[in-house]
Write a protein that binds this ligand. Structure first.
Ligand code: NAP
Length: 671
C-alpha cells in the first residue's frame, strides 16, 4: 500500500495517516489518502504569488500552445493509466473515455484558444460603446484573468477527465489550478499529475494537487478565487453555504447529481430504426462506467403503447452484457468504485422501488463478494408521476422505465427531475422531436435529439463535449462547464473600461476609432515586427462612373435592377437612382489601398464586419481610410495576422462602406 502524495509549492509530499483506498475488483487495500500536515496555505500562496503572475504574462495563444503540447504528451503513453484504471473498476473503454477524453479536452481548448481568442493578454468583449457625441469618451468591456486560484474539487468517477476538463479552461484563462480528486480514485489522478509535471511544459505552480481534505484551503479563498465542484448534491449544498462563498465572494460553480432522462417519441414504434437506437443507447448508458456517470440515463420515458416492446428489447440486450473482470477484453461492464458505493446504490434501488424487471447476472472471472460488482438493474415505475426515480439517484447501473400517453405528459415527467445535465429524445417524426426538444430545454444544459439520419455520427447521450455546455439547472447544480469559451469566462473578470480612444487602444492592443494614427509610409511595405497598431494610409480619390457600373455588371453578371435600371431603382424605397455595386466599391477600394509589388503582405484571407452604410451613386468620389487595427503573431509560422480598419468615404466624408481587411504579413526576423 502506498500513500498518495500531494504536489504543493513545487514539492511532492505525503500527508500523515490516511484514509485507506481499496481495489474495486479484489477489495485489496492499495493506497492511503491524506492531506494532514500538507501545507495548504503554501499551495494557495504559491499559486497566487508565483504561478498567477507567470501565467498572466503569457498570451492566450501561448497558453493554448502549452495545452496542445500537454494533450499530445498525455496521449503518447496511456497504457499505464488504462491498467491502473482497472483497479477503479473501469474497463478499457471506460478508461479511454477518462484518459483520452481528458487529453482531448486539453487539445480542444487549445484549438478554441487559438481560433477564438487574441494573441494578447486582454480579451476584448463586444463593440466599443460611444459615450460622447465627439467620440472622445468611449466604453469598452474587457475580460482579464482573476488574480486568484481555481480550486477544483472533483468526483471519483472520472479521475483524469474530471480534472482536465476544469484545468484546461482555467489555464487558458490564465489562472492557476489546485485540484482535489475524490479519495477513492485519487491514486489515478496522482499519476496523471506526475506525468504533467514531469513533462516540464507548465509554468511552475500552474497545477497543484491535493490528495485528501481541502477544508483548510477553502478557508483561505477570497473574491479573486473560484471554487468549482463536481460531486453529489449534498456536498454541493455544504460548499454553497460555506463562508468563503457566502461572505467572501468566492465564485462558486457546482456540477451535481442529475436524474437524466431519455424519451422515446410516439412515432418511434418497434419497427423503426429509432426504436433500436434508443434501446442500444439505454443499455450503453446503464453499463458504461458501470452507470457511474453524471450524465447516465436514469429515467427511461416511453409511450404506453410501446412500453412492453421496449422492456422486452432491453431485457434481451441486458442478458447479453458480460459483467466481470474489467481487465478482460470481453468484459462490457466492470465494477463500481468500491463496496461502500455498491451499498449506496443497492440502498438507492430499494428506495426508488417499483418493479424489478432485470437485476441478476453472472459475474465472469471475479469474486463478487470481494469486488464491487453489481448486475445492471432495470426497474419499472408502477406510477410514473409519483415514482421516486424522479428524486433518488442510484449512482450505478440502474434505470427506471416509465410510461406516458401525450407529449405534454412526457415533458412533465422529464421536468420532475428538477433540472438535469442532459436528456435524449429519439424519434423519426420531426414535429414530435422538435416539440419535445423545446419543451424540455429549459430543464437541461444539453438535449441530444436523434433520428436515423444523425445516429451514426452522434457523439452519444452521455458524452459532454468541450464545445458544448456541460451543466444543468436546479438539481444538476446550476453550473456551466465546458461550452467552449463560456467556461473560460468563469475564471475571468469582465470590466467596463471608460476612457479616451487612445486609452482603450493602449489597454486592449486594438486600435479604436479616434485614437492616434501614424503615417510611416505605405503600411503594406512594413513587416509584421515593424508594424504598429495605428499605422495608416489615407488614399487618393477615385470617381465611380456609370461606365464603371455598367462594366462591372456585365463583367460579373450581376445585373441587379438597382445597378441597371434607373426607373426601377428610383421606385425602390432605398435608392434615389442607379447605384454602384457594393462589391464594385470594395474592389475599387482595394485598388486604392493595395501596394502592388511583392512585399511583407502575403495574402488577404477575408473581410469581417462588412457593412454598406450609404448607397454609392455614379459620380461619387471615393477614398479609403486604412488603419492597422490588430496584430496577432502566429508563433513559428514566420508571419502574423493583421486586421485593418477600413472605411470607404465620399468627398464629404460620409462612410460608404466599413469593414476589417484580414491579411497575413511576414515577419522580418522570424522568432
Ligand atoms: P461527493 O461525495 O460529493 O464527493 C465529491 C468531491 O467532494 C470529492 O472530491 C470529495 O472528497 C469532496 N468533498 C466531500 N465532502 C466535502 C466537503 N465537505 N468539503 C470539500 N470537499 C468535499 O461525490 P462522489 O461520491 O465523489 O461522486 C458521485 C456524485 O457526483 C454523484 O452524485 C454524481 O451524480 C455526481 N457527479 C456529478 C457530475 C457532474 O458533472 N454533474 C460528474 C460526476 C459526478 P473526498 O472523496 O475526499 O470525500
Amino acid at each position: 500500500m502506498r500513500a498518495v502524495e500531494s504536489f504543493v509549492a513545487g514539492t511532492w509530499v505525503a500527508g500523515s495517516g490516511g484514509q485507506p483506498v481499496h481495489d474495486a475488483v479484489t477489495g485489496e487495500m492499495i493506497a492511503s489518502v491524506s492531506s494532514d500536515g500538507v501545507d495548504l496555505g503554501a499551495a494557495h500562496a504559491f499559486a497566487r504569488d508565483i504561478a498567477g503572475p507567470a501565467l498572466r504574462g503569457l498570451t492566450f495563444h501561448d497558453r493554448a500552445a502549452i495545452l496542445r503540447a500537454l494533450g499530445k504528451a498525455l496521449l503518447t503513453d496511456t497504457d499505464e493509466l488504462y491498467v491502473l484504471s482497472h483497479s477503479t473498476g473501469a474497463t478499457r473503454s471506460d478508461a479511454a473515455i477518462d484518459v483520452d477524453g481528458g487529453a482531448g479536452a486539453l487539445l480542444a481548448y487549445s484549438g478554441i484558444g487559438r481560433r477564438e481568442l487574441p494573441n494578447h493578454t486582454v480579451w476584448v468583449d463586444g463593440d466599443v460603446e460611444k459615450l460622447s457625441r465627439d467620440g472622445s469618451f468611449l466604453g469598452q468591456h474587457i475580460i482579464t484573468p482573476r488574480h486568484g486560484v481555481a480550486l477544483q474539487i472533483n468526483a471519483f468517477n472520472f479521475p483524469t477527465w474530471g480534472m482536465l476538463e476544469k484545468f484546461a479552461p482555467a489555464f487558458l484563462a490564465g489562472v492557476p489550478s489546485i485540484v482535489k480528486p475524490a479519495t477513492p480514485t485519487a491514486y489515478v489522478t496522482e499519476v496523471v499529475v506526475r506525468t504533467i509535471i514531469d513533462s516540464g511544459l507548465l509554468p511552475e505552480g500552474s497545477l497543484q494537487f491535493v490528495a485528501g481534505s481541502v477544508a483548510g484551503l477553502i478557508d483561505l479563498l477570497d473574491e479573486q478565487d473560484t471554487l468549482s465542484f463536481t460531486g453529489s448534491a449534498a456536498t454541493a449544498r455544504v460548499l454553497r453555504g460555506h463562508a468563503a462563498v457566502l461572505d467572501r465572494g468566492v465564485r462558486f460553480s457546482a456540477e451535481a447529481d442529475s436524474l437524466n432522462a431519455a424519451v422515446l417519441a410516439p412515432a418511434a414504434g418497434p419497427d423503426t430504426d429509432e426504436f433500436g437506437l434508443f434501446v442500444d443507447e439505454i443499455v450503453n448508458e446503464m453499463t458504461a462506467k458501470a452507470g457511474q456517470k453524471c450524465t447516465a440515463v436514469r429515467r427511461v420515458i416511453v409511450p404506453t403503447r410501446h412500453a412492453g416492446a421496449v422492456e422486452e428489447a432491453l431485457v434481451e440486450r441486458l442478458r447479453t452484457v458480460t459483467v466481470g473482470d474489467p481487465s478482460a477484453p470481453d468484459t462490457e461492464m466492470g465494477a463500481l468504485v468500491g463496496l461502500g458505493q455498491r451499498d449506496d446504490v443497492r440502498d438507492a434501488v430499494d428506495r426508488v422501488g417499483g418493479v424489478r424487471v432485470f437485476d441478476t447476472c453472472e459475474f465472469v472471472g471475479v469474486d463478487p463478494e470481494r469486488g464491487a460488482f453489481m448486475a445492471p438493474t432495470l426497474l419499472r415505475a408502477t406510477d410514473a408521476a409519483s415514482s421516486l426515480a424522479h428524486v433518488v439517484e442510484p449512482f450505478g447501473p440502474v434505470a427506471t422505465l416509465m410510461t406516458y400517453d401525450t407529449l405534454d405528459e412526457a415533458v412533465d415527467l422529464v421536468a420532475k427531475g428538477r433540472g438535469s445535465l442532459v436528456a435524449s429524445v429519439y424519434g423519426p417524426d420531426l414535429g414530435e422531436t422538435a416539440a419535445m426538444t423545446i419543451g424540455i430545454a429549459p430543464h437541461h444544459g444539453r438535449v441530444h435529439t436523434i433520428d436515423a439520419s444523425s445516429a451514426a455520427a452522434s457523439t452519444g447521450h452521455g458524452s459532454p463535449l468541450p464545445q458544448l455546455v456541460h451543466g444543468g439547472p436546479g438539481r444538476a447544480g446550476g453550473g456551466e462547464e465546458l461550452g467552449g469559451l463560456r467556461s473560460v469566462l468563469h475564471y475571468m473578470q469582465r470590466t467596463a473600461v471608460q476612457g479616451s480612444p487612445d486609452l482603450l487602444t493602449a489597454v486592449t492592443g486594438t486600435w479604436v476609432d479616434g485614437a492616434v494614427r501614424r503615417d510611416k509610409g505605405h503600411p503594406f511595405t512594413l513587416y509584421f515586427d515593424e508594424l504598429e497598431v495605428g499605422d495608416c494610409l489615407d488614399t487618393g480619390p477615385r470617381v465611380i462612373t456609370l461606365d464603371d457600373i455598367e462594366h462591372f455588371a456585365h463583367f460579373t453578371g450581376d445585373l441587379f435592377y438597382a445597378h441597371m435600371d434607373e426607373e426601377a431603382a428610383r421606385a425602390s424605397p432605398i435608392f434615389e437612382g442607379r447605384v454602384a455595386h457594393g462589391y464594385l466599391v470594395l474592389s475599387m477600394a482595394a485598388g486604392l489601398f493595395v501596394w502592388p509589388d511583392p512585399g511583407p503582405v502575403l495574402a488577404n484571407y477575408g473581410v469581417d464586419n462588412l457593412r454598406f452604410a450609404t448607397p454609392t451613386y455614379p459620380g461619387t468620389e471615393i477614398r479609403v481610410i486604412f488603419t492597422c487595427k490588430e496584430k496577432s503573431l502566429r508563433a513559428g509560422a514566420g508571419y502574423g495576422e493583421v486586421r485593418w480598419d477600413t472605411k470607404v468615404v465620399d468627398q464629404d466624408g460620409n462612410v460608404l462602406a466599413s469593414y476589417d481587411v484580414l491579411t497575413m504579413v511576414a515577419e522580418k526576423e522570424p522568432a
